[in-house]
Design a protein around this ligand. Structure first.
Ligand SMILES: NC(=O)c1ccc[n+]([C@@H]2O[C@H](COP(=O)([O-])OP(=O)(O)OC[C@H]3O[C@@H](n4cnc5c(N)ncnc54)[C@H](O)[C@@H]3O)[C@@H](O)[C@H]2O)c1
Ligand SMILES: [Zn+2]
Length: 358
């Protein structure tokens, strides 16, 4: 892992990402911001595992409140968002208030959305507490909520004022949630940096090392700086997501114990690696390596039980498509990708069949 040199701060579009153990920086930021009030948004799990580490540091302040919501994707909807807005009103939030989003991607997406629309926008910062939100959701300025099972269909591009990452939060994260974030790290290696992929495939990933997390954030950050509003290169981050999102949505609707985002993306990455082998020159050897690494980490999912036509229908609804054509980011080799590959239903079904045959 000699390739990576960790700094205290990664500069994003127009805000800093503090790394690592950055609660000190959070406290300084809040005090120097002279906010009229601030609000810490948590869910029921981060309230237990993460809030004490933050709240204790503000023991001498009397101008903040805690807003707690239920944990899980089901909370990321307009009803919970209205609940947040109402609590902000009840607690006397004004335009000089701050929201601190303390949690995973559900908290950062919805807290960011609630803040970016409350009184036409108030300041917010992210304190990401899951691996997925550290390497992905808290970087890049997308906020959003779901409607029914359509994910992130309502949202804004609004950057946080800062992001504060602390590795320590990951120590209470369940193994399945670590694996969920790991899928995005693997993706970052596959689309942009073969050296990260190589480092990941040879590491103990029970709890990925801080250096690997930093490296992964740097890749995502570089992409969003180049293309903040997803007109071009940011689409590279969609590798594995065209098929993965459809599998995830279908699982959320039908499975008793639905797939996590990362588990679905892992399936999507195998299918889209297969499409890359068929369409954009990924070698058979590299396809087999990707399959070997991913299948060793993630449990096999039974795609035989899923109607392929239903999945293709879900892919068509994806907001990334234009003119009714299904669009994929595919790999040309490990560490390099190609945007905007139109895939037919027959090709997509073939890739699903390939996954099922493994
Ligand atoms: N905005 C973006 O660019 C972007 C990118 C990727 C994903 N997302 C969104 O992120 C969401 C998924 O994020 P997630 O996987 O972090 O889900 P999540 O926020 O639901 O967190 C997963 C679970 O971990 C718990 N948890 C969080 N921190 C913990 C800790 N330190 N210890 C113990 N438990 C903890 C949570 O309570 C929850 O039960 C999705 O809604 C997705 O759409 C957004
Ligand atoms: Zn993702």
């Amino acid at each position: 892992m000699n390739d990576i040199q960790m700094m205290n701060t990664i500069q994003s579009v127009n805000y800093p990402i503090y790394f690592d153990n950055s609660i000190d920086e959070l406290v300084d930021f809040v005090k120097q911001g002279h906010y009229s009030r601030f609000f810490i948004l948590t869910d029921e799990n981060t309230a237990v595992h993460c809030l004490p580490m933050v709240k204790d540091r503000f023991a001498d302040e009397d101008n903040f409140d805690i807003i707690e919501i239920n944990a899980g994707e089901e909370s990321k909807d307009i009803d919970f968002c209205i609940g947040i807005w109402k609590m902000l009103i009840d607690f006397g939030a004004d335009r000089k208030s701050l929201i601190i989003n303390l949690g995973g991607g559900v908290i950062s997406d919805m807290g960011g959305f609630a803040a970016s629309t409350f009184k036409r926008g108030i300041d917010f910062v992210h304190v990401p507490t899951t691996l997925l939100s550290q390497v992905d959701a808290s970087v890049g300025g997308k906020t959003g909520i779901d409607i029914d099972s359509i994910k992130n269909i309502i949202g804004t591009f609004t950057p946080p004022k800062a992001v504060f990452i602390s590795y320590d939060f990951l120590k209470t994260l369940p193994a399945r949630q670590i694996l969920s974030g790991l899928a995005e790290m693997l993706k970052h290696g596959l689309i942009a940096d073969a050296a990260l992929w190589d480092a990941l495939k040879t590491s103990d990933l029970t709890l990925p090392a801080a250096e690997l997390i930093y490296w992964s954030i740097e890749i995502k950050n570089k992409v969003v700086i180049e293309d903040p509003t997803e007109k071009g290169i940011r689409k590279s981050l969609n590798f594995g997501h065209t098929i993965g999102h459809a599998v995830e949505t279908n699982s959320l609707i039908n499975d008793e114990n639905p797939l996590t985002h990362g588990e679905a993306i892992a399936i999507g990455m195998i299918c889209e690696a297969y499409l890359s082998y068929k369409k954009t020159g990924l070698s058979l050897q590299e396809l087999e390596e990707i399959v070997r690494v991913i299948n060793a980490l993630y449990p096999k999912y039974n795609l035989d039980a899923v109607d392929q036509a239903v999945l293709c229908g879900l892919m068509l609804k994806d907001k990334k498509n234009l003119n009714g054509k299904i669009n994929c980011t595919l790999l040309t080799r490990i560490g390099e990708c190609q945007l905007d590959n139109i895939c037919t239903d027959a090709e997509l079904c073939e890739s699903l069949t390939y996954y099922a045959s493994l």
